[in-house]
Design a binder for this molecule. Structure first.
Ligand code: PLP
Length: 435
């Protein structure tokens, strides 16, 4: 990326996140070297645009954090499952953390090596187990005793021993939104810390199960290292006990969950986080153990934006509404978790302006369909806005609610922009319907 010819940005415009592929140049918001308004005009809106350099840079930051160690970075596919992005990450040497048979087919289609795939999730079906066994994945992250027994039975039918880790619930508070906190006692995920040792003893008796590791994943959008340090200590306590019982653990999987800067959060970089965790691993004699991590959001989140066009402005009795053509169908995080995305105009507003304050809302017939509240924006109908931090858990969660066709996606590499998903036509959405 060339040095941006930056101009002063008015104080009401949100600051761009640290390390972003976005920059103001000549009064236009660019992603890498592409002015975003040209993409909005060419492809229409709502439109997702991703930076290839940002995705690969974030993946490399994870890989570099493990330099000189035995480690595998398994990108969590559910954050963004677009084939072109999976292909980039597979070619960069990433493995994948999948949570469904659909994700398994996607990563295989994208060129993933089966030996670099781990399979998480509380509800794996027998058909999904069979397919993953036949593909030869690296590890099933088993989330209950019932799943362990069923997997053993399926593996015996297939004649392929199932490599497994048990996902243990370390009962650690990740201090994040309750819907994305997964390592607490009340969560549906994993096997309780107190029952994990017995579960491993049981696994050791199953002839079609081969224990290869131990796993945990404590939540998402975690912005400090302390919950990871706590979880690691709890997992190592268990690992010591399990190995004392005679079961060797070839790897330790600490899951994903590292947060990103949506609104000024400053999560540790992967190298800083793992510097701290390696000190603990080394001190307890686990420093040479194979490590697996499952980052999703921290690889794609701030690599992507969602472009949207202002349809009209509506002054309400209590609030002003800026109605845009993106909605909770493309940007579900505000509706789901009351989360905050920066919303910025693609044309830089004049310095010194004090614009009115708007609730930015979509066209969907739900009061929960808002993208941002109380945002000072100098906008007119027809102008474009970008919702930042839209690379993770947006397109992968997109729906067709209100019969809205799924949006298009573009991948930017320097000054080159490539369409990686065509916008759906309304009739694409009903092609499997029988009337
Ligand atoms: C969602 C998920 C991840 C990825 O979480 P991020 O917050 O996107 O890094 C990793 N592992 C498991 C098991 C998950 O469910």
């Amino acid at each position: 990326m060339s040095a941006p010819a930056t101009t002063p940005v008015p104080a009401h415009v949100p600051q761009l996140p640290a390390g972003t592929p976005l920059a103001w140049r000549d009064g236009q918001l660019h992603l890498e070297d592409v002015p975003l308004h040209t993409l909005a005009r060419e492809h229409g809106t709502p439109l997702f645009v991703y930076s290839q350099a940002a995705i690969l840079g974030a993946a490399r930051a994870w890989q570099d954090a493990f330099k000189g160690r035995d480690a595998l970075v398994c990108y969590a596919v559910k954050a963004n499952a677009s084939l072109a992005i999976l292909r980039l990450l597979a070619a960069a040497g990433c493995g994948f953390d999948i949570v469904s048979g659909g994700e398994l087919e996607r990563v295989l289609a994208a060129g993933a090596q089966p030996g670099r795939i781990v399979f998480s999730g509380v509800g794996k079906t027998h058909a999904e187990m069979r397919r993953a066994l036949q593909a030869g994945i690296a590890c099933f992250n088993v989330e209950s005793l019932a799943e362990l027994d069923e997997l053993s039975a399926v593996a015996s039918e297939c004649g392929v021993a199932a490599p497994i880790a048990i996902r243990v619930n370390p009962d650690v508070d990740a201090r994040t939104h309750p819907y994305i906190s997964t390592g607490l006692r009340g969560n549906k995920f994993g096997i309780a810390h107190a029952e994990a040792r017995a579960a491993y003893r049981h696994a050791a008796t199953l002839p079609w199960v081969r224990v290869v590791g131990i796993d945990c994943h404590i939540g998402s959008q975690i912005t400090e290292s302390a919950p990871y340090a706590e979880a690691l200590e709890r997992v190592l306590d268990l690992a010591e006990a399990i190995e004392a019982d005679g079961t060797a653990l070839a790897h330790i999987d600490l899951g994903g969950g590292l947060g990103i800067d949506y609104a000024g959060e400053a999560p540790p970089a992967p190298a800083a986080l793992w510097g701290e965790l390696f000190a603990r691993l080394d001190a307890r004699g686990f420093g040479a153990r194979r490590l697996i991590v499952e980052p999703g959001r921290s690889i794609v989140g701030n690599a992507g934006v969602c472009l949207t066009q202002v349809l009209r402005l509506k002054a309400g009795e209590a609030k002003n509404f800026c109605i845009v053509d993106a909605a909770m169908s493309e940007l579900p995080r505000p509706a789901l978790y009351q989360s905050w995305h920066r919303i910025v105009p693609l044309n830089e507003p004049p310095v010194g302006s004090t614009p009115p304050v708007w609730d930015v809302v979509g066209p969907i017939c739900e009061s929960g369909d808002w993208l941002g509240r109380d945002r000072p924006l100098a906008v007119q109908p027809g102008e474009f806005l970008a919702a930042l931090g839209a690379g993770a858990y947006c397109m992968s969660m997109a729906s067709r609610y209100n019969s809205r066709p799924l949006p298009a996606e573009v991948l930017v590499d320097g000054s080159h922009a490539r369409l990686i998903r065509r916008r759906e036509a309304p009739q694409d959405a009903w092609q499997h319907e029988l009337s």
